[in-house]
Design a protein around this ligand. Structure first.
Ligand SMILES: Nc1ncnc2c1ncn2[C@@H]1O[C@H](COP(=O)(O)OP(=O)(O)O)[C@@H](O)[C@H]1O
Ligand SMILES: Cc1ncc(COP(=O)(O)OP(=O)(O)O)c(N)n1
Length: 275
């Protein structure tokens, strides 16, 4: 996975294409909308397969609905048959039925990085999918197809069923044992800021300053979408993980403090880019 040499790719060649599979955030900060902004910022073409819709703003989620698997299948076929993809990000996965459909379609991708951000609850505390049957489907079906899983500590405990585990290294190893090639546990240091990467062989601490701007809505989505884009462009995993964290950290610091009255959105277009 670390065989790439950098982000430049082939300047004369076609743009990298990335696909996000997730749900709409009506507030525009997270979900599909956040992912497409992150893809654009990272210089890749973004396509989307919408599996759910949320009524959401910076204060929280007030309603959700999932899209039928038939329509999800049509969207996947439309994108993959014509546009194709160099990287896939998976966010909200509402049901076991949806997850097994994704497994059935994504298993045919040949050496395309798949990043799984197993969203279960928004930071404001709203449930975004993830009943026990869905968690089992993620463990048994999606993780074995996943190149990098990017759960936060809570999601990592739920996925591994190690509910009391506090050590991000042990959680990351358990996720790799379940079949993912690598695990990147986000916000892994209580009191500090940064992530824990286990690349399947070695552990890496990714640290940086903790931002207190109040602009962190969509941070997790932006992080996993940027990681997908960097991998699609051929960046080595450890560098992609460090660059994704540094970019999101700046997007929190220079966040959209003028938008909404709750947890303001990250602002990916502000600040200079760390690559
Ligand atoms: N206050 C913060 N300051 C700096 N970086 C942060 C802060 N909060 C989260 N991050 C970073 O944002 C990225 C997304 O992490 P996280 O917020 O845990 O995602 P999620 O929304 O999925 O829980 C990670 O790289 C994490 O280290
Ligand atoms: C539609 C939708 N998908 C995912 C999320 C989670 O967003 P995330 O960036 O992980 O974090 P919060 O903004 O929820 O803290 C979401 N909220 N909506």
């Amino acid at each position: 996975m670390d065989g790439g040499t950098g982000v430049s790719g082939n300047p004369a060649g076609p743009r990298a294409r990335c696909l996000t599979i997730g749900s709409s955030d009506s507030g525009g900060g997270a979900g599909i909308q956040g992912d497409l902004k992150a893809f654009a910022r990272a210089g890749v073409y973004g396509a989307s397969v919408i599996v759910g819709v949320t009524a959401q703003n910076t204060l929280g989620v007030t309603a959700t609905t999932s899209i039928g698997t038939g329509m999800v299948g049509h969207q996947l076929k439309a994108v993959l048959d014509d546009i194709g993809t160099d990287g896939v990000k998976i966010g909200t996965t509402w049901s076991a039925e949806l997850i097994w459909l994704l497994v059935d379609r994504l298993v045919w991708l040949d050496e395309v990085p798949v990043v799984l951000d197993p969203v279960m609850v928004s930071a404001a505390g709203s449930a975004l999918g993830g009943d026990e049957e869905a968690v089992t489907a993620v463990r048994e079906g999606l993780l074995p197809l996943t190149w990098v899983a990017t759960p936060n500590m809570t999601e990592a405990r739920r996925l591994t069923r190690l509910e009391e585990e506090k050590d991000p290294a042990k959680l990351a190893e358990a996720i790799v044992e379940l079949g993912a090639r690598a695990a990147l546990i986000t916000d892994a240091f209580p009191g500090g800021a940064g992530d824990w990467l286990f690349d399947g062989e070695r552990h890496h601490e990714i640290t940086g300053p903790r931002r207190a701007s109040g602009c962190d809505h969509g941070a997790g989505c932006a992080h996993s979408a940027l990681l997908t884009a960097f991998l699609a462009r051929g960046m080595p995993l450890t560098r992609a993980a460090r660059t994704a964290h540094a970019t999101v950290s700046l997007a929190i610091e220079h966040g959209a403090a003028d938008i909404g009255n709750g947890r303001h959105p990250v602002e990916l277009t502000a600040g200079s880019l760390p690559w």
